[in-house]
Design a protein around this ligand. Structure first.
Ligand code: NAD
Length: 491
């Protein structure tokens, strides 16, 4: 006889709920260590089958998956709207970008990863040299809830296109979306469990880290990222870390202030600020500070939480946002708009005069808030932007100095005169540094992330003077010495 669990934490299942209404979307099992190991074992066999399909076999199937997602976008967008809480139009935008990444990775995998001849050099002129990037085998993908389609797809599509099987553990806040993606893939690849779903809380993710997969692609917060790395260290399982951010935007004196205000508002408030590459801090040249703040607040007053963006998806995050706003106000900051929170709905909050040691400047807020700070010049803006433990992305608005400033920003990605644009360009690698993680999804680097380089040489003819042999004579050694001096010793 089984006894009923005493609390929800002990239950073998969990519920995902609509953030807007609190209604239950669906109930899912909390999968155990045994479930996880069984899924990884199934994935091993599927990985061999998928690898052996070759580039063309995989491309055809990934294209079918892409087509299915494109055709059923309204259905998936409706589910994203329900389970994550974002407006339908934003859900559609997210899916559209994800579809584009499937297309790009499938098309570009052969030429990025396929075998190629590389120069063998004068010393080894009798050898042919070949390089190819082989799949790792089974990739475990652990995802967050904020972009439940786009974000995991950056790992899933690229890992699949590179020839790996995937075991996907979506966030416990968005498991139905994860299931939808896995089911859609199984429709176009019914033969083998090339992509599987695991549902559960953090324990299930932790079990995946210990299950002997060939890589963990983790997207989530820095504190969880540390736990994932520690678990993976036990088995030397490599990790890709896509973590949080505290992205800054710089508005220089020659910026189009109107465009900068529009960008800051979207970068800071869209998706209720729950965007890893969302703008959280804005540094504005003193010459344009007043007009920027005026335009930004005018625009912010026209944006309404609950309409322009949804409620806060994760209940616990509301307290973090409240704490950051209260700390900023207690240290002399002022909220020019918003600052109010009702339930899980946070109005767009523009904060000024916030000291640099405040929580709202130093820690990831992950809510619809912006701190706007006056700076003397671009140098000060760059210095303050870089004064963070994070280093994911950011933006700069300037007519003439955008490229120069972008290169000096200590982060993985910067968009000039726009926000977040790099995420929609599949050929650009996506990732950060420091507390924002390491490794790259998207682009050629994103494909290579899920492979290992394989180097092969083939001897074309034997050298008259054997180099790699115990038969090497003193004459050969002397010749080698003369050759290296001739080739490299003259500079
Ligand atoms: P989170 O760290 O709480 O959870 C992420 C995932 O990890 C979930 O699936 C969770 O179940 C799982 N998990 C929890 N404990 C685990 C453990 N011990 N071992 C293994 N897995 C475990 O993050 P979240 O709240 O879901 O997502 C928000 C965070 O993600 C923010 O910090 C945001 O900036 C970041 N994020 C980063 C990117 C990026 O590409 N850099 C993209 C989206 C979100």
């Amino acid at each position: 006889m089984t006894t009923a669990p005493e609390t929800l934490a002990d239950a073998p299942v969990f519920e995902s709920v609509e953030p807007a209404t609190g209604k239950v979307v669906a109930t899912f099992p909390k999968q155990t260590e045994d479930d996880v190991r069984a899924a990884v074992a199934r994935a091993r066999a599927a990985a061999t089958w998928w690898r052996d399909l070759g580039w063309e076999g995989r491309r055809v199937r990934l294209d079918r998956w892409k087509g299915l997602l494109a055709r059923r976008t309204p259905e998936l967008a409706a589910l994203v709207h329900r389970e994550n809480g974002k407006p339908l139009a934003d859900a559609q935008l997210e899916i559209t970008l994800a579809v584009d990444h499937i297309a790009w990775s499938a098309k570009n995998a052969p030429k990025t990863l396929g075998p190629r001849k590389v120069p063998s050099g004068l010393m080894m002129a009798n050898q042919e040299a070949w390089l190819e990037y082989q799949p790792l085998g089974v990739v475990g993908v652990i995802g967050p809830w904020n972009y439940p389609v786009f974000t995991p797809m950056g790992s899933i599509a690229y890992a699949l296109a590179a020839g790996n099987a995937v075991v996907f553990k979506p966030s416990e806040h968005t498991p139905a979306i994860g299931k939808w993606l896995v089911d859609a893939f199984a429709e176009v690849v019914p033969e083998q469990p090339v992509m599987q779903l695991l549902t559960g809380l953090g324990d299930t993710g932790a079990a995946l880290c210990r299950a002997g997969v060939d890589k963990i692609a983790f997207t989530g917060s820095a504190p969880t990222g540390r736990k994932v790395m520690a678990a993976c260290a036990e088995t030397l399982t490599p990790v890709l870390m896509e973590l949080g951010g505290k992205d800054a935007m710089i508005v220089d004196e020659d910026a189009d202030v109107e465009a900068a205000a529009t960008g800051a508002l979207w970068g800071g408030m869209s998706n209720a600020g729950q965007t890893c590459i969302g703008i959280e801090r804005v540094y504005v040249h003193e010459k344009v500070y007043d007009s920027f703040v005026q335009k930004l607040t005018e625009k912010a007053r026209k944006v309404t939480a609950g309409e322009s963006y949804g409620p806060i998806t994760m209940p616990g995050q509301v307290d973090v946002i409240r704490r950051h706003i209260a700390d900023a106000l207690s240290k002399g900051g002022r909220a020019l708009t918003g600052g109010t929170i009702e339930g899980n709905v946070v109005q767009p909050t523009v904060l000024v005069d916030v000291p640099e040691d405040s929580l709202a400047v130093r820690e990831e807020t992950f809510g619809p808030t912006l701190t706007v700070t006056r700076v003397r010049d671009a140098d000060e803006a760059v210095r303050l932007s870089n004064d963070t433990t994070y280093g994911l992305a950011g933006a700069v608005f300037s007519k003439d100095h955008g490229m120069d400033i972008a290169k000096r920003l200590d982060s993985g990605m910067t968009s000039i005169n726009q926000v977040i644009a790099f995420a929609g360009i599949p050929s650009l690698p996506f990732g950060g540094k420091g507390d924002s993680g390491f490794g790259r999804i998207h682009g050629e680097d994103g494909l290579k992330e899920f492979t290992r380089a394989k180097s092969i040489t083939r001897q074309k003819y034997a050298l008259p003077v054997p180099l790699l042999s115990f038969d090497r004579s003193k004459r050969v050694d002397a010749l080698l010495g003369r050759t290296v001096r001739f080739l490299h010793g003259r500079s």
